[in-house]
Each structure stands twice: as structure tokens, then as C-alpha cells.
Design a protein around this ligand. Structure first.
Ligand code: DHK
Length: 141
């Protein structure tokens, strides 16, 4: 589970848009979902595009899939998109807010074309729904 910029500010950051839960709260909840699905999950956040690219590349040797909330990099990062395409691991894009209801610049995702799906608008439940979708996808293979 990769989290992009400013997601470390959850809880304090625009709570009417992103909710009151901290990233630590979301991580603890997602860990419980992972345990109930009997999968191993690693939770990571960075404010730096290249660090996220490094993690995606490293995932190829370590993980079967990627769950990612790229934050603002969703709308700007060809590098993250290319890293996901390069490793070719099933990837689910998640957002707390419904990006399609927001500013025009948030309505385009560089990540969506290389993801198996996108979950947007369910608050912290987007993470749980994304993990369930990813695991179901992997198990159906
Ligand atoms: C999080 C961000 O940081 C924004 O830049 C995206 C996304 C939306 C979210 O809803 O989780 O536009």
C-alpha cells in the first residue's frame, strides 16, 4: 500500500474532504482487513515522487499487487504511471475523496489507464474496498 504526498497530514488536512482519520488509523484498519483476507500488507507513505517510483520498482521482487493512493501525483506523474506499467503488477488506485466531483484538474488520472481499477469517494473505506478488489482479482487468476 503506497501513499503519496500530503497523506501523512490526514486527520489535520481539510477534514471535510479527507475525513478525520489519520494515516495511522487507516493503516491499522487496513492491517485488520489484510489479516482477515490472509494476505501480507506493507503500508508506506512518501512525499517524494522518486521514492514512490523506487518502491514500485522494488515491489516486483516482493509483492503480488499494488494498492496506491498517489495523492496529487495521480494528476501529474508520468513517472509513477510508467513505473506501474514497467513492473506490470496488478494495481488498484484509491482515493478518499470522489475526485470526479472535484476540480477539473483532479478529474484526470495518469494512473487509471495502468490500473486494474479505481476506487474513489468512500473515505477511508476506499482503502478497504481497494484491497478487497485487488485480492479478489489476484485469487481469480
Ligand atoms: C488525495 C490527494 O492528496 C489529492 O491530491 C487527490 C486524493 C485526491 C484523495 O482523495 O485521496 O486529488
Amino acid at each position: 500500500m503506497l501513499n503519496g504526498p500530503n497523506l501523512n497530514m490526514l486527520g489535520k488536512r481539510e477534514p471535510t474532504i479527507y475525513g478525520a482519520r489519520t494515516l495511522q488509523d487507516i493503516s491499522s484498519e487496513l492491517e485488520k482487513t489484510a489479516a482477515s483476507l490472509e494476505v501480507l500488507l506493507t503500508f508506506f507513505q512518501s512525499n517524494h515522487e522518486g521514492v514512490l517510483v523506487d518502491k514500485i520498482q522494488a515491489a516486483l521482487a516482493l509483492y503480488q499487487g499494488i494498492l496506491i493512493n498517489p495523492g496529487a501525483y495521480t494528476h501529474t506523474s508520468v513517472a509513477i504511471r510508467d513505473a506501474i506499467a514497467a513492473v506490470s503488477l496488478p494495481t488498484v488506485e484509491v482515493h478518499l475523496s470522489n475526485v470526479h466531483q472535484r476540480e477539473a484538474f483532479r478529474q484526470h488520472s495518469y494512473i487509471a489507464p495502468v490500473a486494474i481499477g479505481q476506487i474513489s469517494g468512500f473515505g477511508s473505506d476506499s482503502y478497504r474496498l481497494g484491497l478487497e478488489g485487488l485480492v479478489q482479482h489476484l485469487r481469480s487468476k
